[in-house]
Ligand binder design. Sequence first.
Ligand code: AMP
Ligand code: MG
Length: 368
Amino acid sequence: MSKGPSIKALGIESSCDDTSVAIVRYKPGETPKVLALVVQNQSTLHEQYGGIVPEIAARAHSDRLDSCTLEVLKKAQLTLTDLDCIAVTAGPGLIGGVISGVSFAKGLAAGSNLPLIGVNHLAAHALTARMTHKVAFPYLCLLVSGGHCQFLTVKAPDKFIRLGGTIDDAPGEAFDKTARQLGLAQPGGPSIEKMAVSGNSTKYAFPRPLKNQQGCNLSFSGLKTSLLRAKEKIIAKEGSISSTRMADLCASFQRAASESLSLKSQVALDTFAKQLGQKPTLFTLSGGVAANQVIRKDVQKICDEENIPFYAPPLEYCTDNGAMIAWAGIEKYRLNQFDGFDLQARSRWPLDTTSSPILGGGKRGAKS
Ligand code: AMP
Ligand code: MG
């Protein structure tokens, strides 16, 4: 089906609040190349509501997908006829947005006579390391974002084992909600990280939930509540929160979140080795929270101690983006996994259907 030994895929992402389209080229023996990437974040559209409004998100995706696609083709100096397939996020995610992307991709595939490939958004995050860094299977991925938190054994482009994940909030969600509590700007992760730089991370003893429980499940909602209580106590005693207190709260919160993630990363590495009888070729972090330098350092330390290479993709490919969708499409293309025009948009789409569902599973993560 390919127009040569190389595969050029257009990837479309619209599962949350980023409208993104990219073109990625695979050539045997070469590192894959992102030929062009366009990302239009919608945060200004949702700002006044204090969270993502699904209907507004879906409409904005619909409005912007065609211009993003034209822009990406122009940037790559290609036309649709130069491409080999159209890959699109078919779930999990906010259903309106996913429908916008899938409908658009179907139209594009029909109009250009290109094969259509529905991509699982979580698989795309987990496979990103193979696009930017030569990584062989099997490896371990910790996906930490605003909607998800999972440890995944990646055995093949279509074989994943979920070792554990959050039983309630996703870490990015906890950062965002906590920032809101503290009156800091959204998205909360970068605001808290910035504020934490001058803070004392041992000032407040926030919990490391599930620390003493077996397995690598995580929980972040208690941490969020502990911070709220600490904030209330300070206000009751001191009348307001000084910038020093604010920095200490942020630093202590970030330390607790990071320690929870690194502690369970150790458990996930042990579980991987036990299940597969070998160490992972690599431990990769993915998702927006992977931008956090403290979290990166803590998880890297665990990997260094275990002599396992650690890798976090460049940030533009960690957060939601069309390039990871195009790449996951290329992985499926190489396995001859194409979809028909009956491709369904799915709000839930578990990557690993054999592992039992995680209780709660995150506000959006439950759907994964
Ligand atoms: P995503 O869901 O992958 O699009 O990533 C967005 C999430 O990542 C949001 O919840 C952000 O607050 C979070 N995030 C981004 N940068 C950071 C950071 N430096 N530290 C912690 N969380 C972050
Ligand atoms: Mg994502």
